[in-house]
Design a protein around this ligand. Structure first.
Ligand SMILES: O=c1ccn([C@@H]2O[C@H](COP(=O)(O)OP(=O)(O)O[C@H]3O[C@H](CO)[C@@H](O)[C@H](O)[C@H]3O)[C@@H](O)[C@H]2O)c(=O)[nH]1
Ligand SMILES: [Mn+2]
Length: 497
């Protein structure tokens, strides 16, 4: 940190002046029009009662609707007040050995709705991030406790032994194997004319096909398929995959890969994704205990390996790092058609509102993809985690991979009873949109966030594209946001300093 202080900045922030002027002019025009409208309505109500009497009820109803719509419009103007854009300079980051460690958290819940091969593609793309491999640890939480997912993880780890050195050697930009092999004609590698590269590519393609086949065979196997989602109560399953140097030529190391399926009891609250993330927070604290986490949905693969370094440009920037809680990446999708009739790409959020919020306290934590710093706010009040971390990190690094007694306790239902997990610590439980609530509370506590939107999408996810899914997702989000509003208004006294 000392080295980069006083030298060139790691990130810069520009106010988008053109947009700012247009937005503010539009606000002025719109509010002038609203003032005329209100004047017109009020003067009607106060005119001679004989003329207005019979129309009074419809006028009141229309006026009330206009007031509500204007109020909603007024609240939305904050997003347009000061839009900013940011640039990062990853080449100015400190040397690799000075970079902090990062834990990647990926959540999956159902191997049927979230096909295992896709989830493994997300796992592989995050293992292949351009970040010092010994400082990268990937955790997958499986809320379906599916043998298929665990099998997929083992096979993905085997395939990664080939995939990672290949990506590193040829500086592949698209490190999600499925996306890379399906875009063969637009090969983006600098080596695309080299015959050695083409040979290697065919070899790796063969390995990928075999990996795909193995997962498919396992899935089709009727005995396992019936069991591919475990129902009822089950205990936790944790498996650590860890190996040192795998490729002496390129000196490629394998990141740590951990499969975590937390204990489930139908009698204990489940807390969905927030519950899964909190288990990962605790389990990772006794294994790798990194100060930063990158949270990904299982369908959000890394489309550009530089994302972790980009996020570090903010977290290590002395100008903003002291109050910075998280870096939010936009959610972009690979399966949007030209028509996109339901606006599944969420344009108003990610191309307008988040940039506007970035000019205030920062974008809300909107799931999918965010890089959070942990030291200050998540784990610090939990002395137990701290003490465990001190005892166990060294045990793990010394190569005894089967330390697993404590992680199982941390992944059990009973661990959280009587603690503040989900209330004051970790991801919050009071909402089905846990990310929004957690982000709002962090902002209320004085933390900020930034929006990182480089031209190449850093992550690509799967959008909901049929009406049924759009409605279910929308109902969940908006009822969750409503719930958040209630939760926050009841906590108002404690939130506002
Ligand atoms: O009990 C559960 C339920 C969901 N998930 C995972 O959580 C993620 C998001 O769930 P999904 O059903 O795909 O919800 P979406 O509406 O697509 O997700 C958006 O909205 C969620 C809040 O509702 C955020 O958590 C997500 O990050 C955001 O991408 C997925 O990876 C799931 O596997 C779990 O791990 N456990
Ligand atoms: Mn999703």
């Amino acid at each position: 940190m000392e080295e980069i202080q006083g030298t060139l900045p790691l990130s810069t922030c520009h106010v988008q002046n053109g947009l700012l002027i247009i937005n503010r002019l539009h606000m002025l025009l719109h509010s002038t029009a609203l003032s005329f409208l209100f004047y017109y309505r009020l003067s009607f109500l106060f005119q001679d009662p004989e003329n207005s009497g019979s129309h009074l009820l419809p006028w009141f109803l229309v006026f009330a609707s206009e007031i509500i719509l204007s109020f909603i419009w007024f609240l939305g103007q904050a997003y347009r007040w000061r839009p900013v854009s940011r640039s990062v300079f990853p080449e100015r980051l400190p040397q690799d050995d000075k970079l902090p460690a990062v834990d990647v958290f990926i959540c999956t819940a159902d191997p049927i709705k979230e096909p295992t091969l896709e989830v493994m593609n997300t796992v592989l793309s995050s293992m292949a991030l351009d970040y010092p491999q010994e400082k990268l640890h990937v955790y997958l939480s499986d809320d379906g406790c599916s043998p298929l997912t665990l099998y997929g993880m083992r096979k993905a780890y085997e395939f990664a032994r080939w995939w990672l050195p290949f990506c590193r050697r040829y500086k592949i930009k698209n490190r999600c194997p499925k996306a890379y092999f399906s875009a063969l004609e637009n090969d983006d590698s600098d080596f695309s004319r080299s015959s050695v590269y083409m040979e290697d590519k065919q070899k790796i393609k063969g390995k990928y096909e075999a990996f795909k086949e193995e997962i498919e065979t396992f899935r089709k196997d009727s005995v396992f398929f019936r069991d591919s989602v475990t129902v009822g109560d089950y205990s936790s399953v944790i498996e650590v995959m860890h190996e040192n140097i795998i490729d002496d030529v390129d000196n490629v190391k394998m990141p740590l890969l951990v499969y975590v399926s937390r204990e489930r009891k139908l009698s204990s609250p489940h807390h969905f994704k927030a519950g899964a993330l909190n288990v990962l927070l605790r389990v990772s604290a006794v294994m790798s205990n990194s100060p930063y986490i990158l949270v990904l949905d299982c369908d959000m693969f890394c489309n550009d390996p530089t994302s972790a370094r980009y996020a570090m440009c903010f977290h290590l920037d002395p100008k903003i790092s002291s109050s910075l809680a998280f870096v939010q990446f936009p959610q972009k999708f690979h399966n949007i058609s030209k028509n996109d009739i339901y606006d599944s790409q969420l344009r108003s959020l990610f191309t307008l509102q988040w940039q506007g919020m970035d000019g205030l306290k920062g974008p809300v934590m909107s799931g999918g993809i965010d890089m959070l710093q942990l030291q200050e706010y998540f784990g610090s009040s939990n002395e137990f985690i701290k003490s465990l971390a001190q005892n166990y990190t060294s045990v793990f690094l010394s190569g005894r991979n089967t330390l697993l007694q404590e992680p199982h306790l941390l992944a059990s239902c009973r661990y959280e009873i009587g603690t503040k997990w989900g209330q004051d610590i970790g991801f919050l439980y009071d909402s089905v949109v846990e990310d929004f609530l957690t982000g709002f509370i962090l902002h209320c506590n004085g933390w900020t966030s930034v929006f990182c939107e480089p031209s190449r999408p850093q992550f690509l996810g799967t959008a909901t594209t049929n009406l049924n899914d759009v409605l279910i997702q929308g109902t969940r989000w908006y009822s969750g946001l409503f719930e958040n509003g209630i939760t926050m208004s009841t906590k108002w006294n404690t939130l506002v300093p």
